[in-house]
Design a protein around this ligand. Structure first.
Ligand SMILES: NC(=O)c1ccc[n+]([C@@H]2O[C@H](COP(=O)([O-])OP(=O)(O)OC[C@H]3O[C@@H](n4cnc5c(N)ncnc54)[C@H](O)[C@@H]3O)[C@@H](O)[C@H]2O)c1
Length: 262
């Protein structure tokens, strides 16, 4: 979806892979000067050069490393706080290290990113921030205890930051993806038994692609969303609207990776 981001600088955390990379590509495709920030092991400069962006090494759990990165990028017009991680563990199996890491990256990382970036953005009295939250910000999907807690906490950051930064004409919104095909979920997508069951609960009958989240994030980041702040937008094929699911064998067939009507 071509949106005009000419003369805008965008920073995307976790931009070397998956949803962040798709977002960075969408923004670059619309003419933005894009910086991706990611961990050294992801070689962000190399990853960014593949689609005309620039990359810097930064760890969102470390405010000093973020400060160093934003000294290079300067104040962004658009900030996507997207970096995240996940452990598939339940209440009893989650270790203290997994809990602390998940909260540090997914919740602390967004806090540090917004705090460092917004100090640069505020004097300019403009800007747009999009946080990658999740459907798991709202539900209690089993086996994702720490992840769910971190993503639910993002709603508190979202609303408070929207409130505090609104007077500076900085909008803060969130995308809440459902199940999206990235390396975090590649094993789930490769398991037809699992997807057959999972996608029963998705009115559109399938999982999502990173580009579909990027389209929503790009819209929220763009001037087209000029009067939208504090919003959390589901990008989930309708999953959160469908309490008891949508598909069964009497009306549909499951083919490879999606349900279709008979
Ligand atoms: N894939 C899904 O189904 C799904 C659904 C809902 C929300 N999300 C969220 O979308 C975001 C992107 O996830 P993805 O699926 O694209 O996964 P991904 O692993 O492909 O991308 C995540 C990126 O974040 C980076 N990252 C992790 N820790 C970091 C740190 N400390 N500092 C800097 N960068 C760091 C990783 O290196 C990676 O490049 C995450 O916040 C995730 O929770 C994903």
């Amino acid at each position: 979806m071509p949106l005009d981001f000419s003369n805008k600088t965008a920073v995307v955390t976790g931009g070397a892979n998956g949803i962040g990379q798709a977002c960075a590509q969408a923004l670059a495709g619309g003419g933005a000067g894009v910086w991706i920030l990611d961990l050294p092991r992801e070689r962000p400069a190399e990853a960014a050069s593949r689609f005309g962006a620039q990359g810097l090494e930064a760890d969102v759990t470390d405010p000093d490393s973020l400060r160093r990165a934003f000294e290079v990028t300067g104040a962004p017009d658009i900030l996507l706080a997207n970096a995240g991680t996940v452990y598939f563990e339940d209440l009893h199996s989650t270790t203290r290290e997994q809990w602390e890491r998940t909260i540090a990256v997914n919740l602390g990382g967004v806090f540090h990113t917004l705090q460092v970036a917004s100090e640069l953005m505020k004097p300019r009295r403009r800007g747009s921030i999009v946080i990658t939250a999740s459907t798991n910000s709202f539900d209690g999907e089993a086996g994702l205890l720490a992840y769910n807690a971190s993503k639910a906490g993002l709603l508190g950051i979202l609303r408070t930051a929207a409130n505090e930064l609104g007077p500076y004409q900085i909008r803060v919104n969130a995308v809440c993806p459902g199940l999206i095909r990235t390396r975090l979920t590649v094993e789930m997508f490769a398991n037809p038994e699992l997807t057959r069951d999972y996608f029963r609960h998705i009115p559109l009958g399938r999982g999502g692609e990173p580009e579909e989240v990027a389209n929503a994030a790009a819209f929220l980041a763009s001037d087209l969303a000029g009067f939208i702040t504090g919003a959390a937008l589901f990008v989930d094929g309708g999953q959160m609207a469908a309490k008891f699911g949508s598909w069964n064998e009497s009306m549909g067939v499951f083919e490879k990776d999606h349900w279709r009507l008979k």
